[in-house]
Design a protein around this ligand. Structure first.
Ligand code: ADP
Ligand code: ADP
Length: 223
């Protein structure tokens, strides 16, 4: 059972210096409830692919389907975490999460608290982003993305700016959340250790115009 089906996806950016083909005839799928890592060198199209899956880019050739339907655009069913946390600096941890919630959940303090607890930031509800470490800020970004109860969590180099120890802590926490929440996760990284540590499946992208090689079920005995 796949949640995402990508078929013959081609993405061309039209720039002043001519056309850039970021993705060329990409066909792959993402299993529901799975954890997929997408790895490849800089510029091979990882972010472009993730943005299309997340509905942030709907201008492409080919098909990008979620549950069999064309991905219409960004929405609450798709959670995003970027390399920079993108927290609003003037809002506390609690209010940053509240800000991201749809109108019917804005007053749901229990929902907000449960997501703060989920990422281990109990007690930091009133902290401002500038009072948090880089690792803590990314945990807020993850809590914010999860608070909308997305079907899929998309992470673009989420730990790329963190030191090695913090990175390991957050990777383990993300795996625990994946196991407890049964949410489909897709992470883009250029760190091969991270890709095989986190992913059940590792998708290896080659620089254009190379093909995509899909490596199924790399089982390293984790978890
Ligand atoms: P990766 O995430 O693997 O580093 P990207 O998806 O960011 O790769 O980029 C793939 C290719 O598309 C690169 O050649 C990049 O320069 C180009 N590209 C990405 N975004 C744009 C854009 N908005 N306009 C023009 N070219 C872009
Ligand atoms: P993380 O815990 O996200 O890996 P750090 O390794 O930098 O981030 O922080 C380790 C621990 O130190 C945190 O879990 C937290 O308990 C504490 N800490 C970090 N920054 C602060 C802060 N600004 N105020 C209070 N405690 C902090």
């Amino acid at each position: 059972d796949d949640i995402i089906d990508i078929r013959h996806l081609t993405k061309v950016f039209h720039t002043d210096n001519g056309d850039v083909e970021a993705l060329h005839d990409v066909t792959l799928n993402f299993p529901r409830g799975g954890f997929t890592s997408i790895i490849g060198p800089s510029g091979c199209g990882k972010s472009t692919l993730l943005r299309i899956i997340g509905g942030l880019d709907t201008d492409y050739d080919g098909e990008a389907l979620m549950d069999g339907q064309p991905i219409p655009g960004p929405g609450r069913d798709k959670g995003f975490v970027f390399q920079d946390h993108r927290l609003l600096p003037w809002l506390s941890v609690r209010e940053n999460i509240r800000f991201a919630l749809p109108p019917e959940h804005k007053k749901d303090d229990e929902l907000i608290q449960s997501n703060i607890d989920l990422v281990g930031l109990t007690g930091f509800e009133d902290a401002l982003p500038k009072q948090l470490s880089g690792g803590m800020s990314q945990r807020v970004a993850i809590a914010r993305a999860l608070a909308n109860r997305p079907k899929i969590l998309l992470l673009d180099e989420p730990f790329g700016a963190l030191d090695a120890i913090t990175k390991i802590k957050l990777q383990d926490q993300l795996l625990r959340i994946w196991q407890s929440e049964h949410i489909t996760m897709v992470i883009v990284t250029h760190d091969i250790d991270e890709a095989v540590y986190l992913g059940q499946t590792v998708v290896v992208m080659k620089p254009h115009p190379g093909e995509i090689k899909r490596v199924e079920h790399i089982d390293l005995g984790w978890p």
